[in-house]
Design a protein around this ligand. Structure first.
Ligand SMILES: [Zn+2]
Length: 394
């Protein structure tokens, strides 16, 4: 009998209690695994460093019997795929990343340390605790179903460039998602209660460049074409594209231009962040951005960029996966909330393909990308039990 035809177990709350106790007993081991990973610093832009963490993570998955496959990337660290089980049924895809936003050396001021219920360190929440949870959930399932193995195939994909837009990993993520029954994203959960994320906004980045004509502000004022003035008008225009009711925002986050006060500026530019809640708004806002024309015809404007992550919408598939997660949490004695957030992740890509995706399954804590980044140690056991249950049932 193939493992795929076996029915996933429906466990009653006594079984849920047993599972929770299992992970509570192993709380210290989970913390140790997290620190092992946090202590290998891995900023997205340092290939050597990210490759180092990739090797360490691969070693841990291979000890569980996973089949390791590295996808080499030229400018970034390797992406890591791990396959468990046969190909007899659609796998569940566990998705995440091991790059962080922290420069090498951050550990010196932000060590991986236990302080009460908090565990601190660069990337501890986003998302090295998520990787540790994958490892411990898979190890537990193997122990619990010694004969059936994991009961169903599991694919793990950990990428090296999520914090910088996932340009080199996106095609791999999408290819593996298309073959999966569901995608579980172990990015940080939301808020103190550890809600999962059932909607994320799509994200776009644009660069608007204005070229005018330089001139002496005193001697040749009339010969100049002021690029900053043109940019100011364009900023007003694009800011007006914001449509809060439909969750569409346009934020000019960086503006620059000019050289000195007595020169009419020939150059000015703005970096613009666009967020959309609905996929159907992507083409419209992109068209608006590309249709910008100069107010002053003597200026030249150029717009580059685009929408780089589609929104993760709360589709029926997403809602169904959340319902399963909430049911498992209920058996474990807790109420799992859901949240819609403005930030994107690789879950946006998989949800954009229509694959049921649940995000924010990882650690519970606060301060992602900040000096107070931490997770709550006491939340780890039930998180691990939730993930194990979802791997079986998703
Ligand atoms: Zn992340």
């Amino acid at each position: 009998m193939s493992s795929a035809s076996r029915k996933p177990p429906e466990y009653h709350s006594a079984e849920a209690e047993r599972r929770l106790a299992y992970f509570k007993e192993r709380g210290e081991q989970i913390v140790t695994t997290i620190c092992d990973l946090v202590e290998i610093e891995s900023p997205s832009d340092n290939k050597v460093a990210v490759d180092r963490v990739a090797e360490a993570v691969a070693e841990k998955f291979s000890r569980l019997g996973g089949e390791i496959r590295f996808h080499r990337a030229k400018d970034f660290g390797s992406h890591l795929q791990v396959n468990f089980g046969g190909r007899s049924a659609k796998p569940v895809l566990l998705l995440g990343h091991y790059d962080t936003v922290y420069a090498l050396g951050t550990l010196a001021t932000m060590p991986c340390r236990v302080a009460g219920d908090k565990l601190t360190g660069p990337g501890v929440l986003d998302m090295k605790s998520g990787i540790a949870l994958m490892l411990h959930a898979l190890a537990a399932l193997q122990e619990w179903h010694r004969e059936g193995g994991l009961l169903r195939p599991v694919t793990v994909l950990l990428v090296s460039d999520e914090e910088v837009g996932s340009g080199s990993s996106r095609a791999i993520t999408e290819a593996l998602a298309k073959r999966a029954a569901a995608v579980l994203v172990l990015e940080p959960s939301y808020g103190r209660e550890g809600a999962v994320k059932t909607a994320r906004k799509g994200v776009g980045d644009y660069l608007l460049k204005v070229t005018g004509k330089a001139a002496h502000a005193g001697l040749d004022f009339k010969k100049g074409v002021n690029a900053i003035r043109e940019l100011a008008r364009q900023i007003e225009k694009v800011s007006g594209f914001t449509d809060l009711k439909n969750g569409l925002t346009v934020n000019v986050g960086v503006a620059s231009g000019g050289s000195r006060t007595n020169v009419v500026p020939a150059q000015a530019s703005a970096e613009i962040d666009v967020r959309i809640a609905r996929l159907k708004d992507a083409a419209g806002i992109d068209k608006k951005m590309r249709s910008l024309r100069p107010y002053n015809r003597a200026c030249k404007i150029e717009i580059s960029g685009g929408i780089n992550r589609p929104p993760m919408e709360r589709t029926a598939g997403v809602a169904g996966l959340y319902a399963q997660a909430a049911a498992i949490a209920r058996e474990l004695g807790w109420k799992l909330g859901e949240a819609a957030v403005g930030g994107g992740s690789d879950g946006n890509f998989t949800a954009g393909l229509g694959i049921p995706t649940l995000d924010g399954l990882g650690g519970v804590g606060d301060g992602a990308h900040a000096t107070h980044e931490h997770i709550l140690i006491s939340e780890l056991p039930r998180r691990a039990a939730l993930i194990a249950g979802l791997i079986e049932r998703a």
